[in-house]
Ligand binder design. Sequence first.
Ligand code: C5P
Length: 223
Amino acid sequence: AVSAPLAGLRALVTSGPTHEPIDPVRYIANRSSGRQGHAIAAALARRGATTLLVSGPTAEPDPAGVEVRHIETAAEMWAACRAALPVDVAVCAAAVADWRPATAAGEKIKKAKGKAAPSIALAENPDILAGLSAAGNERPRLVIGFAAETENLVENATAKRRSKGCDWILANDVSPDTGTFGGSDNTVHLVSASGVEDWPRMSKQQVAEQLADRIAAELKRAS
Ligand code: C5P
């Protein structure tokens, strides 16, 4: 028999980058592949959770057994996440753009001889991890975020856990020489209220499996 420790529970996962429009043909984005988030959604679904994946544009296929909502902007991601509540666990693996162009031009911005290069004013995007962590009586029982850092990994992740108000932070080293961003492996540290756990370097697939097992154990413990 298939073991389904998350049967009857609801999971929300964010994944991928967001695209923030400058005009109808241009946008601001980042190099997130969506691999880690998609693998986490698949691992939660395999354990029986009713899983919604809210994803920005990626090359990853929709994972089997997962409901997928495709969005482009941070504002759309936040709206889709809010609409998904209540859930038991939320995992924010998306690389949400911190800023968006304050106004998206309605028409393609034209280049013309003698015309100065345009400057783009930015506005801050909603922080989805912090928003879910502060969702009052709709707050998921377990809220998990990632901290991609290139230095002082654990210190920064510990501070981030507090400032975001989430329960767990998976701190990952994204220094260029690790190949983590867009690559298939990840080195993570699980930061929670009870301390820091160093996980060995493993595939993003294995990180997803281990995290899903930890989530199942935690939700069982806390139920
Ligand atoms: O603040 P920073 O981007 O380093 O935090 C990373 C964590 O916060 C990730 O879990 C990411 O998914 C989440 N985040 C978010 N919404 C934002 C920015 C980050 O959910 N606007």
